[in-house]
Every structure is written in structure tokens, then in C-alpha cells.
Design a protein around this ligand. Structure first.
Ligand code: 1GP
Length: 249
């Protein structure tokens, strides 16, 4: 496997992992680098670059360059489509939106993107992406049949299907800016069935949110809005302290 995957496996062996999502539209170029530096100093393990609006390859490239020179953790593209790819990043989450009604987001865009990923030298990390209600913007633009919050068994079905198809990671997404994160009972049910690492994101704003999800078995937490809106303040620091205090030496 690739270098970024090896790094993630090493990090996961010592406890929970945190990814900081930076939107190159809201935090372009050097601002992305500054945010990344602060986040990594507080213990974040990787920087995801992405957003739900059209990010140009130039915008993605400038942000990736700035992040890579600011931090020595991986810079990973969290794509909204083939146009967000840039050779300046280390890896790309090669993700299938499993509960979309738009086949492009399940597999067809991937057919177009795969040769570009290879040509750009990006490390692809296969990921099953599952949107849970309310889903927010990704739920709308992704034409998603969102998993109802009270249906952990359905989430588990999707997650296991992703694992059986060979995906390396499963991501339960409540949607960026969701009023509350994926429910803990759903995280617990999915985690109890799954062997591959479980990522949870969307609506995580406080230490309490992080504690609840980590206690339920989330292995990787993703936060974006909390830093875009509040910087590296109390919310972000609280989340990172919940993650880092669970780590072994
Ligand atoms: C969105 O899960 C991520 O794809 C992050 O969500 O912006 O709500 O932190 P937030």
C-alpha cells in the first residue's frame, strides 16, 4: 500500500485519529497553510482539502502547496469530483457515495478520474461514503437517499457492503454544518460489525460531541466548520483533547 495509507494504519494503532477539513474556497492558499499548522500543533493527524462548491485545480493546488510546506502530515484531497484533483496533494479519498441515486457519484465519475489519479501520482484511498440524515448540502447535491437517523441497521448494511467490496475505510457523514452529528447508537452498531476503520463527520463542534462519538467507536473524526467559523478556539481544542487523550504512547 501507499505511504499515506501506511501512515494512517500506524496512527490508528495508537488510538483515535483526527482529520481537519480545510475548504480552499474559504481558506485559500496561505490561509489554508496557517490553519493546517495550528491544527497539527494541537494533534490533528492529516489535512483534508475539499468543499462542496466547485474548487478549481488551481485553487486546490495553491492550498495543497501551502499546507504541504506548513505541515509534515499528509495532505489528502476530499474530492467533490474529478475537477478537484491536483498533483500537489499526497493522496485522494477515492470515494463512492454509496447511497446516491446519481450513478456518477457511485462509480461513473471514478471511471473518468482514475486515469488522472494515476497520471498525477496521487495515492488513492478507497472509501465507502454513506450520508446520514440530515445530509445537508452533500445530501442535496449528491441526490442521496439519506440513511434515517433511527435506522442503524441500514447504515450497517451499507458499511458492510463497502467492506466486502474491498474499500479501506467507511465514512458516516451527517453533512457539513449538520445541527448534530451521526447518532451514537448508529456509530456503535456499525463499528461492532465492521473490520475496516470507521470515519465519522458532520456537525462535530464540541468536546462532548467528540467524546460521545469516540465512546461509540468512531476511529477517525473529521471536522471542518468548527475551524472555518471559530478558528482554533475552544471547540476545536476540546475535540482534539478528547482525541489525543485516548492515544497510547
Ligand atoms: C463534512 O464531515 C465533514 O464533509 C465535516 O463536517 O463541517 O460539520 O465539521 P463539519
Amino acid at each position: 500500500m501507499g505511504r499515506v495509507w501506511d501512515y494512517l494504519e500506524r496512527r490508528l494503532r495508537r488510538g483515535p485519529v483526527h482529520f481537519t477539513l480545510v475548504d480552499p474556497d474559504k481558506s485559500p492558499g496561505e490561509r489554508a497553510g496557517d490553519l493546517a499548522r495550528g491544527a497539527v500543533e494541537l494533534g490533528s493527524d492529516a489535512i483534508l482539502l475539499g468543499g462542496s462548491t466547485g474548487i478549481s485545480p488551481e485553487g486546490m493546488g495553491a492550498a495543497a502547496r501551502a499546507v504541504r510546506s506548513a505541515v509534515d502530515v499528509p495532505t489528502i484531497i476530499f474530492p467533490e469530483g474529478p475537477t478537484s484533483l491536483s498533483p500537489e496533494a499526497d493522496a485522494v479519498l477515492f470515494m463512492s457515495l454509496l447511497n446516491s441515486r446519481n450513478l456518477d457519484l457511485v462509480i461513473r465519475a471514478h471511471v473518468r478520474a482514475a486515469p488522472a489519479v494515476r497520471a498525477l501520482g496521487l495515492e488513492p484511498i478507497a472509501l465507502g461514503y454513506i450520508v446520514v440524515a440530515p445530509g445537508m448540502r452533500v445530501g442535496e447535491v449528491g441526490l442521496v437517499d439519506a440513511v434515517p437517523r433511527e435506522d442503524p441497521a441500514l447504515a450497517m448494511g451499507y458499511a458492510l457492503a463497502a467492506e466486502f467490496l474491498g474499500m479501506r475505510l467507511v465514512y458516516l457523514e451527517a453533512g457539513s454544518g449538520a445541527p448534530s452529528p451521526v447518532p451514537a447508537p448508529m456509530v456503535r452498531t456499525v463499528r461492532s460489525a465492521l473490520s475496516v476503520p470507521l470515519i465519522v463527520g458532520g456537525g462535530i463542534r464540541t468536546a462532548d460531541d467528540a467524546r460521545t462519538l469516540l465512546d461509540a467507536g468512531a476511529q477517525i473524526l473529521v471536522t471542518g466548520t468548527v475551524t472555518e467559523e471559530e478558528g482554533l478556539g475552544e471547540g476545536f481544542r476540546g475535540i482534539l483533547s478528547e482525541v489525543t487523550r485516548r492515544r497510547g504512547g
